[in-house]
Design a protein around this ligand. Structure first.
Ligand code: URA
Length: 229
């Protein structure tokens, strides 16, 4: 695979930063400095960044800052898909960890590791997901209390699990939920008589999107981040 793809896979460097690191002479392959980002590396190569030997990737774990307009699907005839945000050879191997709607932005995880994916998405595992929610109307105290207790979604027969709500402005909240039902946040707010105007996920478990990744960018997770789940 290309050197810059490899580096973005096994280090914290995003692809652009990986290209710069190589151009600056920080990367060696089998003892030789390699400055070209399109140099093809293979598993038998000894690849070092700043003289530190790097491993060949096994499972892949990535986060993406999903922009609006992208769909969480493996293919779509009309819209761009989130996997298009990564190099093709990576995107083809990855599974999407819990889907976001086309108009929802923010933190999305992708992995090759099925068990890890299951730990984040399975209802049997507790994993908080935090959303910043812009609402059409000011949110009332009673609505917040209802969300904190649990609401009945259209078409369901059980209340949602208690959510955490933090008011940020009259019509903006952080909503933290542990479930991931279809359109869950939009349906929860509809259940309390409001309407979601914009939705952004900024945290899954202890993993925050942070400021460093702009919309449309991706990066590999660190081993500590992978171990959160
Ligand atoms: N809830 C929604 O309604 N939409 C999303 O994209 C995520 C959670």
């Amino acid at each position: 695979m290309r050197l810059d793809f490899y580096l973005s896979h096994v280090t914290e460097l995003a692809r652009k930063a990986a290209k710069i690191a190589a151009a600056k002479g920080r990367v060696t392959v089998n003892g030789e400095v390699v400055k070209k980002a399109n140099y093809m590396v293979q598993q038998s190569d000894q690849i070092c960044l700043d003289a530190e030997l790097l491993a060949w990737p096994s499972e892949g774990y990535y986060l993406v800052n999903k922009p609006a307009g992208y769909v969480c699907a493996n293919q779509d005839p009309e819209h761009p898909i989130v996997l298009d945000l990564l190099p093709a050879h990576l995107g083809q191997q990855l599974n999407i960890v819990g889907r976001l709607d086309k108009d929802t932005t923010g933190l999305l995880l992708l992995t090759t590791d099925g068990q890890w994916l299951h730990r984040i998405t399975s209802p049997r595992h507790v994993c908080d997901k935090r959303y910043r929610v812009h609402l059409a109307d000011p949110i009332l105290d009673e609505a917040i209390q209802q969300l904190e207790v649990g609401v009945l979604l259209n078409g369901e027969d059980q209340l949602t699990k208690p959510a955490k709500v933090e008011r940020l402005a009259s019509n903006e909240i952080y909503l933290t939920i542990q479930e991931g039902k279809y359109h869950q946040v939009k349906r929860m707010l509809a259940a309390v008589g409001n309407r979601v105007e914009a939705l952004h996920r900024d945290q899954i478990g202890p993993l925050q999107l942070g400021e460093g990744i702009s919309a449309g960018e991706y990066r590999a997770l660190t081993s500590d981040e992978v171990a959160y789940f």
